[in-house]
Design a protein around this ligand. Structure first.
Ligand code: ADP
Ligand code: MG
Ligand code: ZN
Length: 757
């Protein structure tokens, strides 16, 4: 348990304000904290003000460091929960927390979110009218604010430093701190002004936060802000709630509309390469009745910000954009990010997909992969004049190509790219790991491709090789006499794109080598020759053609009442419109889904919902409980479960194989024993149990469950991760917990939430 004298002292002062209690009561409380502990106290603040039940990884460590008055550098992925690292201390400190953020467009929403949680916050930037700005200055000077957001350019405005000097400053937070570095992707010269904060307030702790992790950028931040002793907190860059998928780009419009349909009513970003494409794709969607807008740097600034605004406020569900879009987006409930065209670098891809699922709920990232897109990028890269830059661009593109053609876990590849080693083989959240790829027999076509490479003298690229195989009459084919070759036209039934893709797979397999450079030519490697001579057979894997189904994780099991969720969403929206704030400021999807699962009918149980703190309990308990109550009455639910009372039809017939399992469970056999006895895999036995529970079979799982402490930890992890997926929970709990026990606890929870009837 962590405990520090300074921390408790600071918190004592805070609690006097927060809880409005007298000195004697505080002494009693401090004693209580000493017994219940500092952690309990932090959790108390977290629940009371933000409505959350537990911290995300590293949040608590960071907060402890900040509260102890030390400087911190926090590197966490998007959606990691960086804001809380300064917002919670802001509450605990007596004075004001100054937040520097480059994103003027975001400040209002951030401030609205804090206000919705009952926290006194304001912002000062160029969008404020003079009178409003005066009012905020005044509130700050009079000590009425806990959090003040400002843009970096403020610090250059004459008089602003003097104004700050007159404030009781407790903490300085520098958000998006990579903007200070020229090595980052988003350098803002104004960030260099931030130095003066350290000069003006040498004793006030500073916390710098960013999602960009490179060594160089990190060093720049601590140098420029003069934080030589800052403690660095580096979170994992894994985003366990995101699934990664690559689809071969054939008929992309149809592929896209299938994906969007699979995410009905949810927010999605579609990234395109060119401005023109964004408009065409958005129009195409609109024609199909999907509300979509485009966004790119060529649009009028007013149109651009209006489109962005409408997306944030859920007036349109889909935004089709160039990579110009996203920096100013804090929207937590984006469920789908599609790369309609191939991205230029893994960094970009990771950042763009990172905008999905900030709230931690399952969300999907799909990349449409095609060789043609690569050539498009290649074409532009070739125009880069600087040799070094062109090489770098080529290398980055090559990595994306590799990502698209991976035969191993995509998450693992991403994490390794960012220098994070990963132990487990199967992530359970990418197309490769969940087996969404198909194996195909490639012996014959591989031989044809390799032969063609040999016969054309190993001097051509994949495009030409494909043309020869297809029997095309291009100038290059004819002038080289390649129409005379025995391989000419032997694969005329295949699309050029497919041949090129297989050629790339052969490169990944090491049977072909690709010469780097502006015109990458193919050559047969030693392994390739061995393959040709020995006539071995060859199987390759590639993404399955898209199915009408949608995200497996998303579809796996919602676990909440969808109809009630939709009603709660409507309510949320009408409140949000009334207040002029984005819907997520009222409640996030995590909260609404939990409401639609637990169906709280009184204030006490409503207050237990994640995201319901003291302020939101006051403000929203009544309308939300009323909608839930109506729903429960109308549908004759007992208030706990989403399913109607009527027993589900049994999917298993009596005497079926899961009945046999049921019998053995009654004899209190362990899973492994049952598996052994029946010659099944343990996972099959577990599936039987899930089936039995779904069929409302009364089975006693108690003896299979871990001890109470572990059950609680797992239950809590399910609440935090907000879904029913096993991997996020495992991720959160670590290796000490097995998938099997997590799955069993999930089963017990499912059983518990079933109505008795
Ligand atoms: P970042 O700035 O790191 O991208 P945010 O601070 O915007 O992330 O947080 C992302 C989302 O996670 C927000 O919707 C926030 O409310 C939520 N969040 C943060 N901390 C917690 C927590 N401890 N429990 C539940 N949700 C959290
Ligand atoms: Mg942030
Ligand atoms: Zn994987």
């Amino acid at each position: 348990m962590q405990r520090s004298g300074t921390v408790v002292a600071r918190l004592t002062a805070t609690f006097r304000q927060l809880y409005n209690v007298d000195a004697r009561a505080i002494i009693v409380m401090v004693r209580a904290w000493r017994t219940v502990g500092y952690n309990r106290l932090m959790l108390d603040l977290l629940k009371r003000h933000f409505g959350y039940d537990s911290f995300r990884p590293l949040q608590e460590e960071v907060i402890t460091n900040v509260l102890a008055g030390r400087d911190s550098l926090v590197v966490m992925p998007t959606g990691g929960g960086k804001s809380l690292c300064y917002q919670l201390p802001a509450l605990a400190f007596g004075g004001l927390t100054l937040v520097v953020s480059p994103l003027i467009a975001l400040m209002k929403d951030q401030v609205d979110s804090l206000k919705a949680n009952g926290i006194a916050a304001e912002f000062i930037n160029s969008t404020l009218k003079a009178s409003e700005s005066r009012r905020v200055h005044q509130m700050a000077s009079q000590g009425q604010l806990k959090v003040l957001y400002v843009a970096p350019e403020r610090l250059a405005v004459s008089g602003f430093r003097d104004f700050l000097g007159g404030l009781d400053l407790s903490l300085v937070a520098v958000d998006e701190a990579h903007c200070i570095s020229e090595w980052g992707h988003d350098f803002r010269p104004d960030y260099r002004n931030l130095k003066v904060l350290r000069q003006d307030f040498p004793t006030v702790p500073v916390i710098a936060l960013t999602a960009t992790a490179t060594e160089k950028v990190r060093r720049d931040i601590t140098d420029e802000l003069d934080l030589p002793n800052a403690e660095t907190f580096l979170a994992s860059f894994d985003r366990p709630n995101l699934t990664y998928r690559v689809q071969n780009k054939r008929d992309p419009r149809a592929m896209l509309s299938r994906l969007i349909r699979g995410h009905r009513g949810e927010s999605a970003i579609v990234y395109c390469f060119s401005r023109k494409d964004t408009e065409a794709v958005a129009e195409g969607l609109s024609d199909q009745g999907v509300r979509a807008l485009s966004y790119h740097a060529g649009l009028d600034a007013a149109v651009r910000s209006e489109n962005q605004e409408r997306f944030i406020r859920d007036e349109v569900r889909v935004i089709v954009a160039t990579i110009a879009f996203g920096m100013g987006i804090d929207k937590p409930d984006i469920r789908l990010v599609v790369h309609y065209d191939m991205p230029k670098s893994i960094e970009g891809y990771y950042q763009e997909t990172g905008r999905a699922g900030r709230d931690g709920l399952p969300s999907e990232c799909v990349l449409f992969y095609s060789e043609a897109d690569r050539f498009k990028h290649d074409f532009f890269i070739k125009q880069i004049e600087d040799d070094g830059q062109r090489d770098t661009a080529h290398r980055k593109l090559e990595k994306v190509t590799q990502f698209g053609q991976l035969q191993i876990c995509r998450r693992r590849f991403l994490l390794e790219y960012f220098g994070e080693a990963r132990a487990e083989e199967n992530c359970g959240g990418c197309d490769i790991c969940v087996g969404d790829v198909e194996e195909f027999e490639a012996t014959e076509i591989a031989q044809k491709i390799l032969s063609t490479v040999v016969r054309t003298g190993q001097r051509f690229g994949a495009k030409h090789v494909a043309e020869v195989l297809r029997g095309a009459k291009t100038k290059q084919v004819l002038s080289n006499g390649h129409d005379q070759l025995s391989v000419y036209g032997v694969a005329s039934d295949m699309a050029g794109e497919e041949i090129k893709q297989i050629a790339s797979l052969l490169v990944s397999r090491g049977l072909l080598a690709k010469q780097a450079g502006d015109y990458p030519t193919l050559a047969v490697t030693e392994d390739g020759w061995t393959f040709l001579r020995s006539r071995q057979s060859l199987t390759l894997t590639r993404p399955k053609p898209p199915e009408p189904a949608f995200g497996y994780v998303v579809a796996a099991d919602a676990g909440y009442n969808r109809r009630l969720f939709d009603q709660l969403r409507d309510l949320r929206k009408s409140i949000a419109i009334d207040k002029g704030v984005p819907a997520y400021v009222v409640f996030g999807d995590v909260s609404l889904q939990q409401m639609a699962r637990v169906m709280p009918r009184d204030r006490e149980s409503f207050s237990q919902i994640s995201g319901v703190g003291a302020a939101k309990l006051e403000e929203y308990a009544t309308p939300f409980i009323s909608v839930i109550g109506d729903h429960v009455r109308l549908h004759g639910l007992d208030g706990r479960d989403q399913r109607p009372k009527a027993p589900r039809p049994r999917r298993t017939s009596p005497g079926s194989t899961s009945d046999e399992t049921s019998k053995l469970v009654r004899q209190k056999m362990s899973i492994s024993e049952i598996a052994q006895r029946r010659g099944l895999r343990s996972s099959t036995v577990l599936r039987h149990l899930e089936q039995l529970v779904a069929d409302r079979e009364r089975i006693d799982l108690g003896y299979l469950l871990p001890d109470q402490e572990r059950i609680s930890a797992i239950t809590r992890a399910f609440q935090v991760t907000g879904g029913t997926g096993l991997s996020p929970v495992r991720e959160m709990l670590g290796e000490e917990y097995t998938y099997r026990e997590i799955r069993l606890v999930r089963l017990a929870l499912a059983q518990e939430f079933q109505p008795a009837g």
